[in-house]
Structures are given as structure tokens and as C-alpha cells.
Design a protein around this ligand. Sequence first.
Ligand code: NAD
Length: 264
Amino acid sequence: VAGLLSGKRALVMGVANDHSIAWGIARKLAEAGAEIAFTYQGDSLKKRVGPLAASIGSDILLPCDVEDEASVKSVFAALKEKWGSLDILVHAIAFSDKSELKGRYADTTRANFSRTMVISCFSFTEVARQAAELMTNGGSMITLTYGGSVRVMPNYNVMGVAKAALEASVRYLASDFGPNNIRVNAISAGPVRTLAGAGIADARLMFNFQTRHAPLRRTVTIDEVGGAALYLLSDLGSGVTGEIHYVDSGYNIISMPQPESLKL
Ligand code: NAD
């Protein structure tokens, strides 16, 4: 992959630590020669993201809380000043109150529904629009989703609804930006042990179920998500836009648990 992205500039949003999916993606982009800017949410994460960014030669580290419109704007103003243009955007941001990532979806509150939607869905539309303005030579962007958007996954609840809206926004954004040669796709990753993943009740159960029943009989690594991201974000994926690309060891294709694990 060396040189595949040389001369390209990428903004990566959503690294919290070295387990983050966004970090797996950033590493692949760096290996391919991209120059990378990172955002971080709050000072406590700056301490973690700073050394990671430095380890791949990045010195652009910008604070961003997507709940705050001004904070989003300032990221793109800073990038415009430093780089002038942008080629790649990675959005790997989601949040919902942990107390609603368990039990019934029906019990979702109005306040947490709105907050989850703003952070986990609308933020992609907002950053995509501002990124697109800087993608004057075309570009490619991805967000991260999960199969709980199309099938009911216990405890995923309001996040599943937000991911369904996020996937729909990928298609609308792909249509809006296509004439500017800007591609918009999503990666639907299988369960990965991250901070966000740990917020979902019985995450370990989901993890084990996937390991037992996915065609590949295992979960995926952040490196594997990074590899698929590299394809979508580079010219390798130049004909692909508006797609929801599964990187989940094939889990989404099965309709019943593997017979070997059932005592029928
Ligand atoms: P993570 O905890 O490492 O990353 C989540 C990121 O979201 C963090 O960097 C956090 O700072 C950021 N974030 C949350 N609220 C924010 C806000 N208001 N402003 C700015 N940033 C904010 O976890 P992850 O699993 O790597 O999550 C990345 C993406 O991947 C999310 O969209 C998640 O839904 C998705 N995803 C995760 C899994 C999984 O199993 N872990 C599976 C499929 C999809």
C-alpha cells in the first residue's frame, strides 16, 4: 500500500485510544502515505490522542465536541488555514447514554433520543458538508455503522435507530456530493472491544455469539476495518459511493445460529 495515498490529506475524527476503530484506520492511512489531522473530544482524551498522532508523524491535533456547532466550525477553519484543501474524512463518532443501551428500545427518552441522533447521526452530515467544501479536487469520506441498524440487536436500542438514520444519510450525501467527485460510504463493523462498544449491555455476549456464528468464526480487528477503509478512501474504491460495506466476518449473512453450536 506504500504510496497509495501520498500527497493526500486526511481528517480523522473519533480516536479515543489505541483500541479505537478510528486508530486502526488512521494507521492504515499513514502506512499508505497520507498526512493526517486528528480531532479529540476534551482534554482527558488529548493526553491519549496526542502521543498516538505523534507516533505516525501527525502534528495537527484539534479539539472537537460535535455537540457544539462552533467547535465543529473551528476544526474546518483551522484545516482551511493549515492545508487549504482536504481529500479524506473519517467520522468514527457515536454516543448514547449507557442507561439506555440496555433493556427495551420502547423506553428511550426524548432527551437521550435527540442527543444520540445529534452526536451519532447529524454530526456526520454536519462535518461532511464542511469537509466537502474543502474537497476541491474531489475526495472520499466514511463513517462507521453497525448491523443493529437493520436487524434488532438486544440492548443496541436507540443506537440502532441512529445508525439506520446514519446509513440513510450516507446515501443522501453520496447523491449530493457525487457531482463533485466526492464519495461517501460507511463501514458496518462487527463488534470490537472499544470504549464505545463497552457501553452496550452484554457486549461480551455479542462478542462471543459473533465468534461462534459468523462464517469466519471470529470477530474483526481494527486493522481489518482499516484495510477496508483504505480501499474505500483511496482510488482503489473510485467507483464506489453510497455503500454500506460490512466488515464483520460475514455475520450479517446468517439467518440462524450455526448448527454445530445447537443441541437439537
Ligand atoms: P471509541 O470509544 O474508541 O470511539 C468513539 C469516539 O466517539 C471517541 O473517540 C469519542 O471521543 C467520540 N465521541 C463521542 N461523543 C462525541 C462528541 N460529542 N464529540 C466528539 N467526539 C465524540 O469506540 P469505537 O468503537 O471505535 O467507535 C467508533 C465508531 O465505530 C462509532 O461510530 C461506533 O458506533 C462504531 N462502531 C463500533 C463498533 C464496536 O463494536 N466497537 C461496531 C460497529 C461500529
